[in-house]
Design a binder for this molecule. Sequence first.
Ligand code: ADP
Ligand code: ADP
Length: 234
Amino acid sequence: EVVIKTRKLTKEYVRDEFHVVALRDADIEIHRGEFVALMGPSGSGKSTLLHLAAAMDRPTSGEIEVLGSKLNTLSDGDIARWRNRHVGFVFQSFNLIPVLTALENVELPLKLTHLKKAERLAHATTALKLVGLGDRLGHYPRQLSGGQEQRVAIARAIVTDPDILLCDEPTGNLDSKSASEVLSLLSTLNKEHGKTIVMVTHDPHAAHYASKVRYIDKGELLTEGTMPEDWKSI
Ligand code: ADP
Ligand code: ADP
């Protein structure tokens, strides 16, 4: 089953009259259960592709279908609800809300659902236990290590039980030990919880956790099995 499918997906940014083609005619199919690492030089369009898949941005042209929904056709109003339910997004810099505890941060996405407070807290607690932070529910982000903050962010991303996890350099701000913990966690979510994962990374070590690596170079998604000639990291 193909869960992410794009056709001639193109994103062009216009800034001060300069046009930047961040992504050009990208065709990709990602199947349920895959753990795909998206690699390529800085500025090659990796984040752009991830943002389009999360409906955080709209394409200039081309098509993108995620879990059977043609994202181009969703109204702005439907998009937030769609995203909340179907994809979890993990950021390089965690993006936790500093004045909320770990439990409150993880509860947030559930506030867009019909669940009652007690149910929301039960689900958020379960998600935090799953990422190994059942003993940190009342901690604020500043009281946690970077690796713990990222695991809270992952709990927040999975609390609505989405099929797809999109991770943008999830280990980019972590020391190598915390990075390995986060990658093991993503691997568990993929293998044991059936999450389809697309992870942007610069880190060859991180890419080894993936079942497939796809490269982007200068806005162009390379054919499967190929990488940029000057890309020596792996
Ligand atoms: P990567 O994730 O591979 O580093 P990005 O997808 O972030 O690459 O960016 C691809 C290109 O698009 C870059 O040239 C970048 O400068 C440009 N770009 C990204 N976001 C914007 C934006 N909001 N406005 C203008 N240009 C952007
Ligand atoms: P880990 O072994 O999970 O990477 P650390 O060794 O960095 O975690 O931290 C050990 C404990 O110290 C953590 O459980 C965390 O609660 C606490 N801690 C870590 N960093 C900070 C910090 N900057 N401020 C307050 N507490 C911290």
